[in-house]
Design a protein. Sequence first.
Length: 528
Amino acid sequence: MSVPSAVVVQALIKPGFDAILTPAALQFLARLHREFEPRRRQLLAARAERAGQIDRGQRPDFLPATRSVRESSWQIAPLPPALECRRVEITGPVERKMIINALNSGADAYMADFEDSNTPNWDNQIQGQVNLLDAIRRRISFSSPDGRIYRLNDKIAALLVRPRGWHLDEKHVRVDGERVSGGLFDFALFIYHNGRELAERGQGPFLYLPKLESHQEARLWNDIFVLAQRELGIAHGTIKATVLIETLLAAFEMDEILYELRDHSAGLNAGRWDYIFSCIKKFRSDSQFCLADRALVTMTAPFMRAYSLLLLKTCHRRGAPAIGGMSALIPIKRDPVANERALAGVRADKAREAGDGYDGSWVAHPGLVQVAMLEFTRVLDNRPNQIGKQREDVQARAADLLRFEPEAPITEAGLRMNINVGIHYLGSWLGGNGCVPIHDLMEDAATAEISRSQVWQWIRSPKGRLQDGRKVTVDLVRALIPEELAKVKGEVEGESGNYERAARIFEAMSTSEQFPEFLTLALYEELE
């Protein structure tokens, strides 16, 4: 395979990969890298500086410099018809069978994920692009070992694609000797091969943007969209992107993020699990910060309630969709009683979101699409969305966003669950699977981040005491890890080496003096 000058691909080009890694597509990637990589690095440095300010006691607040954006009247550009009704969106990795099942699920939209539910090894990233190329052209199929053939139905969900966050590189491709951004790599290949095809059908290209921490990071994406559309002959404003508000700092800049993307905006999403992780991470050095067992930090917790209602109010004021978060519950086929309990949890979660005014929400399993759809249909009836529902009654102040409760209880069962989930998920991730059902919940990188960051923070906070009075310590965590590793190895099939390695990684990350920014950063270097 030939590649453009100064572009180096340091990975195996398997059969079919050359349909994605064409010279023209790589040249387009190089164009974007040279134009925007310096700004990405500057913004990552700005993240580190803001994190240091919080470490030194400066609490986040709304930005005085952008008050005029928050207080003035403006709206995003009109939505395309394909994005007017998004009552239920299903998400999952870009695995071939998953893509078919998700597009056929009856959901309004499917978010094909190159990020948190996907282990970003080389094969997953490039095969995922191949799978999307085939799905968009309706030639995708999958043959299972039992002989079943999977193909697309006539009516399928709208496609949205989530590239990796700004913090991740693509180590297998270098331009001018530099690694390229993982997110830019995912975006460039997807948009180059599919942008015009989707635009001609009025079906996109549509995106989800993860892990943003500022409106400047949204501005970077917007500038990338402008250049990409110009280079590919796509009309300005055709690309539409929904931003996941899944970091604490982004919650203080929601108006500004929508404003920066206003020609290309498809609204905001309440990325609840990463948001909890972000709160723990940003206040890791605050001895007074402490959250209770993960299972108790729900969307009705004060800081989560304030964040979700502010997101809703902000979106609808600007004519933008507000999309609710993921329910981690999944169907439990082996146990009818437990299954009904799980479905009741999903119903309650989606009923709350629809009643608040959200326009749609996420599920992780095809079996939950109709459950969630019913709750939104009860409220919306025949309306495509609830953007007309203005929540002027919502008054979320900075103090409300920072009211981190509940602080207790912290239980041994909760500590063990964090350790168990962390080991189980990391072991699966190292094996190439980034979306894993564990204890009847769908876990991805976001929920694993909560598990390991909570343990790290409980060790360091004076409030990190179990309900029985014991302090969470390094020694206690180290004593529990082998016990939970044994449980995990008893639950999984096949090679257990990844889980032993995962246990060592979890121990290192949860007991180290310095807090690792993202667990995937170090793990990524181990992948092929």
